[in-house]
Write a protein that binds this ligand. Structure first.
Ligand code: NAD
Ligand code: IPM
Ligand code: MN
Length: 347
């Protein structure tokens, strides 16, 4: 028997409702495999910030680093200035633990309703860069509040940073349907865009079995809505990836189903798994949040830690549950969690 040491950050809003359901499913999937899940709860988010003014201390970081993985709900709160928790907590974790791969799969499963009339077979994987781009905080403002105010957010792109995420994307494409799409805007963002393009050409030469194409991010919004089935692996920078994956979530049946992994493939730091959605203050505390995105993030966590069998069980359970949804009527967070635990236990 073995032990999985999991750091748990429920965070804010519906994060506190969906994470407990994800944990129940995780335990149900691993118990039959003889793996014990040992959780350490971390009090991080709006509550702690209000009480202490702290977002994420060095001590929190070193304690988190002692775990095999991190499960996170969501952060962000209307009572906390925008950016304080998003940057000071979530991005600090992604940057500090060098989560350079932000993995966000979309698979439209039978029975799930999508806003697209004829979606076809949708199964693509967005590999979003997680540690660079306009997210790094390389900016500032001058003459704030005056008519002459200046504000900058300069996108950071390094050859090493682009290469490592592009290589990861090619490896994924080689193991899937052999198609990779670079999304950028190199007709305007010529400095970063041409670096990304060159790196894709160079790394692509090592993957002759993978065909490469390119879409500007604006046109990508058209293609994703008109013909999402044509995509296999999509690789893009941090900000474009953020935008593309909310649209991907909608295509795949709603943001309540969209899962993600913030991965450090080297294993130097624990990877972190979280739903794509946020803290959803509009529905928080009402048992209305769909925990499925968190449960599918748990499946990514299981895959990452080498538990392929339990991961597949979780995905099969979700798929079976989704297939029944249309006939079941409205269910709350806990009821969906109950159903998923039962379905995993059955398998
Ligand atoms: P959001 O994802 O929280 O909500 C967008 C919409 O989707 C809302 O209508 C919400 O009710 C709905 N929704 C989200 N998750 C759902 C679920 N599981 N089931 C059913 N409906 C769901 O995005 P937002 O409103 O732009 O942001 C709210 C806060 O969350 C902000 O503070 C933002 O910064 C933060 N945020 C955090 C993360 C994260 O922690 N990873 C991600 C996105 C936004
Ligand atoms: C996401 C969120 C985050 C992002 C925010 C809250 C920092 O939107 O996980 O998609 O932009 O990456
Ligand atoms: Mn986002």
């Amino acid at each position: 028997d073995s032990t999985l040491r999991l750091a748990v950050i429920e965070g804010d809003g519906i994060g506190q409702e969906v994470v407990p359901q994800g944990l129940r499913v995780l335990r149900a999937a691993l118990e039959p495999a003889g793996v014990t899940v040992e959780t350490t709860p971390f009090d991080l988010g709006a509550g702690r910030w209000h009480r202490t003014g702290e977002t994420l201390t060095d001590e929190d970081m070193s304690r988190l680093a002692e775990h095999d993985a991190i499960l996170l709900g969501a952060v962000g709160d209307p009572q906390v200035p925008s950016g304080v928790l998003e940057r000071g907590l979530l991005l600090k974790l992604r940057f500090g633990f060098d989560h350079f791969v932000n993995l966000r799969p979309t698979r439209l499963v039978p029975g799930v309703s999508t806003p697209l009339a004829e979606p076809g077979e949708v199964d693509f994987l967005v590999v979003r860069e997680g540690t660079e781009g306009p997210y790094v905080g390389n900016g500032g403002s001058m003459r704030t509040g005056t008519p002459l105010e200046v504000a900058t957010e300069v996108s950071l792109n390094t050859a090493v940073g682009v290469e490592r995420v592009v290589r990861y994307a090619f490896e994924q494409a080689a193991a899937r349907r052999g198609k990779l799409t670079l999304v950028h805007k190199h007709n305007v963002l010529v400095h970063a865009g041409h670096l990304w393009r060159r790196v894709v050409d160079e790394v692509g030469a090592e993957f002759p079995g993978v065909s490469v194409d390119y879409a500007h991010v604006d046109a990508m919004m058209i293609y994703l809505v008109q013909d999402p089935a044509r995509f296999d692996v999509i690789v893009t920078d941090n900000l474009f990836g953020d935008i593309v994956t909310d649209l991907a979530g909608a295509i795949g049946g709603g943001i309540g189903l969209a899962a993600s992994g913030n991965i450090n493939p080297t294993g130097a730091f624990p990877s972190m798994f979280e739903p794509v959605h946020g803290s959803a203050p509009d529905i928080a505390g009402k048992d209305l949040a769909d925990p499925t995105a968190t449960v599918l993030s748990v499946a990514l966590l299981l895959d990452h830690l080498g538990h392929a069998g339990p991961a597949q069980k979780v995905r099969d359970a979700v798929e079976a549950d989704l297939a029944e949804r249309a006939s079941l009527g409205a269910r709350g967070t806990v009821a969906i969690g109950d159903a998923l635990v039962a379905a995993v236990t059955e398998r």
